[in-house]
Design a protein around this ligand. Structure first.
Ligand code: BGC
Length: 750
């Protein structure tokens, strides 16, 4: 065999095939070196490379890892609404994997932020599956363009950390299909991630690792996934069941390959299934081989830092800017307050914790750029009580300045993988300090550092400006200085609603579950789908974000491009004298429907960079899925005929223009039977004809057929009755009518 020829699974012994289905250690594939299948390294992810220094021994050590560029975690990057930029981040991560000989980077994670208290919200993208999928696909495509794989995770429904290893997420088919699966589906269909990592939890009673419906029927059967599925670390509790369900790889190894061998011998594993799973592992190493054979590659450390810098700029969301307090003037007398300005919180805790190649704080940047400011830390980044001396110093600095730039946020211990938060509130000592600062200086601008949403309303009156900077990765300092001093206008948009109160969140009735299960009782009404449908006030809506510029959207048109597709065009104009970017958002609002649907849903967006005064026209195509809901009746997507409203705007609550479009619908219908209601018979194209014929025959005096009561209430009553119940209302005539309908329908549909 030549060096570059891989064996097929047919060349392997049973033991060798079994060995491919578990890792070699915590961070390596097992490989079969004697047959030319290497045991490549795979490691975290997701916002940069976390290659453990203890990697060779396979130990897990979250903090000691080789330096890698720390890009903004998804909480920040998702606010960029910029797939091209995200693709560049992916390319850079792919290059770092080549240098470090990592064949697969474990990310991105695209689980939905069902509730803002979720511990991993900082590394997930959005409450909206369309946005999550259309952004995170850039990471997958970008990394893989370099010949390195990704692991799209955590498949599926890892929406909380409480009891995450065993909780049973009880979710309707419709909510799964419309909310919890589409980000995965989009990325699988458009970018074919080399690997997918299953989640720890159960879904409707079955652990993801053992879920044949999830891993085989949906992922491979319906979506055409070609890669391999690995377990989350320790999520495989029954290797035989998992392998049969479609899990290729157990990570890390439990040293139980012999169980696979025995099960294949005694028939508990179909040999063809073992071959498929092992062949997947061979194909994976085959795909990585070219990149893993590059020796001596060095990535461009400064170039990647610059990508991280740009990504950080676009991650910030300007929430409030009264009296145009931002941008600050460099010659103003500025007090910079808050430890975060000196010790940035730039990433979240847990398996994604990486060691950056560089780190420049906001204070360092000011010094580098020769911008003068008084600094006072004000508080410590721990959970200790307030320090009166630090507070007094900060208040004094604020009093002596034109403007107080106050850095507040969540300390590292407040949010991490592994546990959910208990409150949206910011630490009390920071808010007390803010109030004291506002009492001595009316020009306060707050910069927030947090991975998950925090409450803003309780303290917003103390600040004229609020810049939500999330976690910005290693280049946050320079990026903040660029935005705060107006070198660049902020352009981020919220990927998640900021509620007024956590108890307004629709999932709170079922959060975080009890006795081992959690019911996703809000169904498809997650985030803005709930707030906007039920008219609930929020602090800041989904899609919201201010700019130093102003924009106008005009000339919105919608053209039908097929029976159930349309194309939207809109012109966006920068009406200010500041260069900046605006994101045009397209929401689809269904008309009347047989099911309860959100009042509108995001189905397209485009970020547009515009020089002062410039205009551009964008075109956004809406495919059939943009109008569909998941019908549990048809067990399929369904587009109803009728009128849909296309809304074009700059947040879910700032809609500039609406245009309606009439769709044909997909014409799906189920055959009628005796359990179909009289109303369903009336509205069915064939059933309706039979109903009309029965009425005409009854009027003409046909034997035994009843003339139906012409009374509105009775008609309503009738409408909801399965036709096998007609005798209850109509006596023996009802029986005759039921038989007539079924007989005539059978003749017409034969
Ligand atoms: C996390 C994954 C991670 C893996 C390996 C797990 O605990 O859930 O996201 O990739 O560990 O570190």
């Amino acid at each position: 065999m030549s060096e570059h020829t891989y064996p097929s699974v047919k060349d392997l012994t049973l033991e060798e095939k079994a060995s491919l289905t578990s890792g070699g250690d915590a961070w390596h594939l097992q490989g079969v070196e004697s047959k030319g299948i290497p045991g490549y390294m795979i490691t975290d992810g997701p916002h940069g490379l976390r290659k453990s220094l203890a990697a060779s021994t396979g130990e897990t050590d979250l903090d000691a890892s080789v330096p890698a560029t720390c890009f903004p975690p998804a909480a920040g990057l998702s606010s960029s609404w910029n797939p091209e930029l995200i693709h560049k981040v992916g390319e850079a991560m792919g290059e770092e994997c080549i240098q470090e000989k990592v064949a697969v980077i474990l990310g991105p994670g695209v689980n939905i932020k069902r509730n803002p208290l979720g511990g991993r919200c900082f590394e997930y993208w959005s409450e909206d599956p369309y946005l999550a999928g259309h952004e995170a696909v850039g990471i997958v495509a970008g990394v893989q363009s370099k010949g390195v794989g990704t692991s799209l995770k955590h498949f599926a429904a890892n929406n909380q950390e409480t009891d995450r290893l065993r909780v049973d997420a009880r979710i309707s088919q419709r909510a799964l299909r419309e909310i919890y699966l589409p980000a995965f589906e989009h990325i699988v269909k458009t970018a074919q991630p080399w690997t997918i990592m299953c989640s720890y939890n159960r879904i409707n009673g079955v652990h993801s690792a053992q879920n044949h419906w999830l891993l085989t029927d949906v992922l491979r059967g319906e979506w055409g996934f070609k890669g391999i599925v690995m377990s989350d670390w320790g999520a495989d509790h029954d290797r035989v069941a998992s392998l049969n369900a479609g899990l290729n790889l157990e990570m890390p190894p439990s040293f139980t390959d012999d169980r696979i061998v025995y099960a294949a011998r005694d028939g508990r594993i179909d040999p063809a299934q073992l071959d498929r799973m092992a062949q997947g592992m061979i194909d994976l190493t085959d795909k990585a081989r070219a990149a893993m054979s590059i020796d001596g590659y060095r990535f461009d450390v400064d170039g990647h830092d610059e990508v991280a810098h740009q990504a950080a700029i676009e991650s910030m969301v300007l929430l409030k800017n009264e009296d145009a307090i931002l941008p600050l003037k460099k010659d103003a007398k500025i007090a910079v307050i808050g430890e975060f300005a000196r010790t940035p919180r730039y990433q979240g805790g847990g398996s994604s914790h990486i060691t950056p190649t560089k780190m420049t704080s906001f204070l360092d940047t000011l010094a580098e750029r020769g911008i003068k400011a008084d600094f006072a830390p004000g508080f410590t980044l721990d959970l200790e009580p307030a320090d009166p001396a630090l507070e007094a110093e900060a208040v004094k600095a604020a009093e002596a300045s034109d403007v107080a730039l106050v850095f507040l946020g969540l300390p590292e211990a407040a949010e991490s993988e592994g546990f959910d938060r208990e409150t949206l509130d910011m630490p009390a000592k920071q808010l007390d300090l803010l109030r004291r600062i506002a009492a001595v200086n009316e020009n306060v601008a707050v910069v927030l550092s947090n991975g998950s949403v925090v409450s803003v309303a309780p303290w917003a009156d103390s600040a004229k400006g609020i810049l939500e900077s999330w976690l910005l990765g290693q280049a946050g300092g320079p990026a903040l200085a660029d935005v705060i001093f107006g070198k660049v206008s902020p352009s981020g948009k919220l990927a998640q609603s900021i509620p007024l109160d956590i108890n307004d969140d629709p999932s709170m009735l079922n959060w975080p579950g009890e006795e081992g299960h959690v019911d996703y009782g809000e169904g498809v009404f997650v985030g803005y789908r709930y707030y906007d449908t039920y008219g609930k006030a929020v602090d800041y809506p989904f899609g919201y974000g201010l700019s130093y510029a102003t924009f106008a959207i005009s000339d919105v048109t919608v053209a039908k491009t097929g029976a159930n597709t349309a194309s939207v065009t809109a012109t966006v104009t920068n009406t200010s004298d500041v260069d900046a970017a605006e994101t045009v958002q397209v929401y689809v609002a269904p008309g009347t429907s047989d099911v309860a649907r959100p009042v509108h849903e995001l189905k397209g967006f485009e970020k547009v960079f515009l020089k002062a005064g410039e205009s551009k026209t964008v075109t956004i195509d809406l495919d059939e899925r943009a109008f569909a809901y998941w019908s549990e009746k048809f067990n399929d997507w369904h587009v109803e005929s009728g009128e849909y409203t296309i809304e074009v705007g700059t947040s879910s609550r700032d809609i500039a223009a609406t245009v309606t479009v009439e769709l044909d619908g997909d014409g799906k219908s189920l055959p009628l039977d005796e359990w179909s209601t009289y109303g369903e018979w009336e509205s069915d194209p064939v059933g309706g004809k039979v109903v009309e014929a029965a009425a005409a025959a009854a009027e003409a005096g046909a034997d035994g057929l009843p003339v139906l009561p012409n009374n509105a209430m009775m008609r309503m009553f009738l409408k909801s009755m399965p036709i096998n119940s007609l005798p209850t209302l109509l006596g023996e005539g009802g029986k005759t009518l039921t038989s007539y309908l079924l007989d005539e329908y059978a003749k017409l549909t034969k």
